[in-house]
Design a protein around this ligand. Structure first.
Ligand code: SF4
Length: 341
């Protein structure tokens, strides 16, 4: 039976983490055998300039900053080429909100990637960027997404969701899109067959009830569209940010992760995070409901800017998965298995 919001809050507040982990693992076993997947991809951050200046973000720079940058098409293509050469199947292109770039900058980028590397999946741009592109171009969200899809955009990552409760958003990222905007971008994308993932970032000082409110909003939209492939929980990295504060504990993360497997009963894949948690906690997530360990990121800049950096390789990833008694497999963006180890 579906977990109600009240029950969800109760589980987060009073649930025993080990018991929750056992239940989440049982829920995972109903859907999957012992295979645990990962993807090989690269994050390409085309610019670190961002007009939003979120208080939790260590990555953005003002346009006039010495280390502000904007990559040109050749530089982006070179990075995609390196990804393909390293066996990667996906690129996640994301930036800040760079003022004065027309939609043609992104369309040219997408078209030239697809023309040169048709085998690569372009899983790129957060809902925040999509809304900004639309605003700049004077187009609706739907028309903007259609233009980008036509140019080669395959799917959307779930970034920019953080906690989908405006009270929290106004405190940590007042200039960023609000809850309904994020949900609207996702709904429009799903309506044209562009699937996505959903993320949740915990540790902003949000209440446990607000975490459940976030999950509930995503679960409702998924009931309507079915377009979310995976749910991914990350923890806020306070280093070098205006917001600052303490890192969320591994304990809190594990408990929340287990509840996401139980609560998000209509999203198949639950991803464990080694990027924010490190490899050991990442490995433990496989007993707490996660069926996927995300990406071997050939390049990652955003979490690193906050002072957190864990290295991962295919060898290390397969060892981690085997160490948890599971069978490692490389997947593509749509979660098809493309190689077993
Ligand atoms: S989180 Fe995203 S929108 Fe906010 S400042 Fe950083 S790059 Fe900009």
């Amino acid at each position: 039976m579906r977990i109600s919001e009240e029950k969800g809050i109760d589980l987060l507040e009073h649930g025993d983490p080990i018991e929750l982990g056992t239940q989440a693992d049982a829920a995972r076993r109903k859907l999957f055998d012992d295979t645990v997947t990962f993807i090989v991809d690269r994050n390409i951050n085309y610019t670190n300039v961002c007009k939003n200046e979120c208080r939790f973000c260590a990555f953005f720079r003002r346009k006039e900053a010495k280390d502000a940058y904007l990559l040109n098409n050749e530089e982006i293509l070179a990075k995609v080429g390196e990804t393909v050469a390293a066996g990667g199947t996906q690129v996640m292109i994301q930036g800040g909100l760079y003022p004065d770039l027309g939609l043609d900058y992104y369309e040219t980028m997408l078209r030239s990637i697809k023309a040169t590397y048709p085998q690569i999946t372009i899983h790129s741009f957060t809902a925040t960027e999509i809304q900004y592109f639309a605003q700049q171009a004077g187009l609706s969200i739907l028309d903007t997404l259609k233009r980008l899809q036509e140019a080669g955009l395959d799917s959307l990552p779930g970034g920019g969701a953080e906690i989908l409760v405006d009270e929290v958003r106004k405190r940590v990222s007042p200039k960023k899109i609000m809850t309904d905007d994020w949900l609207h971008v996702m709904e429009c994308a799903h309506s044209i067959g562009m699937e996505s993932t959903a993320t949740m970032v915990i540790g902003f000082g949000e209440t446990l009830a607000q975490r459940i409110e976030h999950m509930e909003k995503v679960r409702r939209l998924q009931d309507k569209t079915g377009g979310f492939r995976a749910f991914i929980t990350w923890t806020f990295q306070p280093g070098n940010t205006e917001l600052g504060g303490e890192k969320t504990s591994g304990w809190d993360y594990m408990k929340t992760l287990a509840v996401t497997r139980l609560y998000m009963d209509n999203i198949k894949h639950i991803q464990g995070s080694w990027v924010t948690q490190g490899e050991r906690i990442g490995q433990l997530t496989l007993g707490f409901g996660a069926d996927d360990l995300g990406s071997i990121m050939l390049e990652e800049n955003v979490v690193r800017a906050a002072g957190t950096q864990y290295e991962m390789s295919i060898n290390k990833m397969t060892e981690l998965i085997r160490g948890a008694g599971k069978q490692p497999a490389q997947r593509d963006t749509e979660y098809n298995i493309i190689k077993r180890y």
